[in-house]
Design a binder for this molecule. Structure first.
Ligand code: SF4
Length: 326
């Protein structure tokens, strides 16, 4: 049996790795990182630190179709967005499934997922199967109705989805949806091997996972001390305005890289509504105004134009959103 720990460089997967090492022994573990080639240098360095210090076996996976985020944006002619998150599927989910299917023994996959991260995650379980949604639906019309009926505001797309689901239910149809990527291979693989998932920190808080690492002598990713509440793609298409502001304020090199990559992909990384309409620009041949990185930078700087007057104590404040200061 092999123990696999997917690593992201974040506090939750790090604590899960240390938990797995204590429970199963480092010699039985392989840590696996899905590289989007869009992470912060600090995160790459932290993963190297963690792997070296723990002496765990390490495998880095890259999509077989796209050589990371920029290559994918160039080939698709656009960056992903919060509404169209093909990055997760192409750069993380598929490479990981390919990797799992290449294994020829029973697996336990130890994931650093916590219930309090989001309402979606709170519905997950502490122990389940990696290929669960090949065997049971991840979505039915009843699930859509339950989810959207409890939400205060719905986008137009969500409203349409909800009314379609209600109509189909009236017709007695559930329309169950299953995962399908390499379905035949998954069914064959599951006849021979186990695909158990364990989430040892499912009920833990953010602070608890941080102290789990610190108490064992392991530093956490320095990105947290810079004020980021999450690590991973830098930036992520889902990131908050405050995280964009942090990059703009502290990492001009990254802003320049984003600008260069937008030119390469002939697409903007941010959605038009990241900034108010007056900051969006007209592009020849494009009907809707767009929001390149320079518009995001200008908006951020204008919003914070008066803040510098109050920043003389900044260096003495812990910028972490967690209670890391002793
Ligand atoms: S972290 Fe964000 S940008 Fe990166 S793959 Fe996931 S959703 Fe996409």
């Amino acid at each position: 049996m092999k123990i696999i720990v997917p690593l992201s460089g974040g506090k939750d997967s790090q604590a899960s790795l240390l938990w797995a090492i204590e429970k199963y022994g480092v010699e039985n573990i392989e840590s696996v990182f899905c590289d989007t080639k869009w992470e912060s240098k600090i995160t790459y360095n932290h993963i190297n630190y963690l792997v070296d210090k723990s002496e765990v076996k390490f495998t880095s996976l890259v999509s077989s179709k796209y050589d990371g985020m920029v290559d994918m944006a160039v080939k698709k002619g656009r960056f992903p967005s919060s509404q169209s998150r093909f990055c997760t599927v192409e750069l993380k989910v598929k490479p990981m499934i390919d990797y799992v299917l290449s294994q020829t023994e029973n697996l336990i996959i130890v994931q650093g997922i916590r219930a309090d991260e989001s309402s979606e995650r709170s519905k997950m379980e502490e122990v389940c199967r990696y290929f669960k949604y090949y065997f049971q639906p991840y979505q039915t019309n009843s699930m859509i109705v339950e989810k959207y009926s409890n939400m205060k505001t719905l986008s137009l797309v969500q409203k349409n989805k909800l009314s379609k689901a209600k109509l189909r239910l009236e017709q007695g149809k559930e329309d169950p949806k299953f995962h399908t990527y390499r379905k035949k291979d998954v069914f064959e693989w599951c006849k021979k091997y186990d695909d158990t998932i364990q989430r040892p920190f499912f009920n833990a808080t953010g602070d608890e996972v941080i102290y789990y690492s610190l108490n064992r002598g392991f530093d956490i990713n320095p990105m947290y001390f810079k004020g980021f509440s999450r690590v991973g793609c830098y930036p992520c298409v889902m990131c908050k305005q405050s995280e964009i502001d942090l990059i703009i304020k502290n990492d001009e090199k990254r802003i320049n890289e984003i600008r260069e990559n937008e030119a390469l992909a002939n697409s903007t990384f941010f959605k038009p509504d990241t900034v108010p309409p007056r900051y969006r620009i007209k592009k020849e041949g494009v009907k809707k105004k767009i929001t390149p990185i320079d518009s995001v930078v200008k908006y951020s700087k204008d919003r914070h134009a008066t803040e510098d007057m109050f920043e003389d104590t900044d260096d003495f404040q812990c910028k972490s959103v967690y209670n890391i200061c002793e």
